[in-house]
Write a protein that binds this ligand. Sequence first.
Ligand code: SF4
Ligand code: SF4
Length: 399
Amino acid sequence: MNIKQLLQNETQPIVIFGASVVGREVYDRCLSVGISASAFCDDQKLDQYKGVNVFSLNVIKKRYPEAVFIVATTNANDALHKITEMGNYKWILAGLILNDQENFPCITDFYNYSEMEAQIIDRCIESHSFHNDKENLFATSIDLLVTERCSLKCLDCCNLMQYFQNPQDISIDEIKKNLKLIVHYFDSVHELRVIGGEALLHRNFAEILQLSAGFININKILVYTNGTIVPARRKLEALALPNVVLAITDYGPISHNLDKLCEKCERYQIRYYITKAEEWVFCSSIKKHNRSMKENTKLFRSCCANNTFTVSNGKLYRCPFIANAVRLCAIEEAKDDRIDFDSLNMLYKEKCEAKRVINDFLYNRDFFPACDYCEGRPYGKITIKPAIQTKRPLDFDKF
Ligand code: SF4
Ligand code: SF4
C-alpha cells in the first residue's frame, strides 16, 4: 500500500505538524486527492488555514490522543522528538508526499510562491528524502564563515560580530580548506550559507562563490547581506551563478543601499529575496550560566538555531554562536563542542566511520557544553528591537 492509500484508509484524525508554507502545500495536495487533515499543530502560527484550526502541541495532545502526524517541518528529528514525547503517535514525512507527483500531483502554480517560500519547500523535500539514511551524510544547511567584518555593528548580533575588536576576513586558503572538508565528508548539502559579518565585504568573495558553485554535492548557495553594500561587477557576476541566491535583510533606513542593490540584482539576473528584520530574540550575551543538564537540554531543544551547522577553522560546530565564541576566545573550546576534521582523518581510516561520527554529532546530542554560555534562542521568547547600532566593539571576558 502506498502513502496515499494508507492515508485514504486511515480512521484516525490527520494532523499536520507545522503550519508554514510546507504544511499548507501538503494540506492542499492531500485535500485534492480526498485526504482531509483535521488540524495543524504549530506553537508559533496559531490561526486557521482554509478553516482548519492551528493548535499548539499541548492542545493537540488533549484533543487528539490518537492521530496520524504528517511532519511538515524541515528538521524531522526535532519534530519527531516532540511528537514521540507526547505519545505513541503514527507519523509520515511531508517530503515524501510532496515528492510524489504521481499520487499527490502539484496543484499550486509554483510561480505563486515567493523565492523564499519555494526555497523552504525545496529544502524540506530534500531533507526528508535523507531521513534515516545510514550511508549518506546530509545537511540541510551549513554556514560557511567568511569574514568577521561587517558594515553594521549591531548591539545584539546573534553571530557575535559586535565583540570583534579587530575583525578580519577569513583567509581564502582557510575558506578553500573548509570547503574541501565539507564536500569530502557530506554527500549532500542542501544549502551552503555564506555568512559573516557582511559576506560581500570579503575581497575574494567572487572566488569563494565560484569555488562553492563548482561542487556537485552543494545544491544551493545562499549569501546573506544587510542591504548596505552594492558590490562591484565581479562579485555581481558571481552572485548571478545559477545555484546562488542572495538573501537580503532589510533593516530599514540603515540598509541604505537596498534599492540600488535590488536594481543591480535585476540587471545581473541575480535570484534574490528580501526579509524585513522585525523582531530579534536577545541571545548575544556570553556568560557561564551553570545550568543543570536538564536545563541545558531544554534550552537546546527549544533553540531555533540548534541546526545551523557552522564550519570555521577546519572544525564543524553546531551553530555560529559556538563557532564565533571560540574564535573570540570567549569560551574554552570543549572537545564535545566540535568535530575537528583533521583529527577525524587521523582517527578513522574508513570515511564511512568518520561520517558516522559526524552524523552522531549532528543528530544525536541533547546539548553542547557551549550552550551553557548562551541565552538560547527559543521561539516565543520576548523580542527586542533589531539592529540597534553600537559605535564601539563590546567588551567581554576572555576565558
Ligand atoms: S548586519 Fe548586524 S546582525 Fe548582521 S552580521 Fe552584521 S552586525 Fe551581525
Ligand atoms: S542554545 Fe546552543 S545551539 Fe542554540 S544558539 Fe545557543 S549555543 Fe547554539
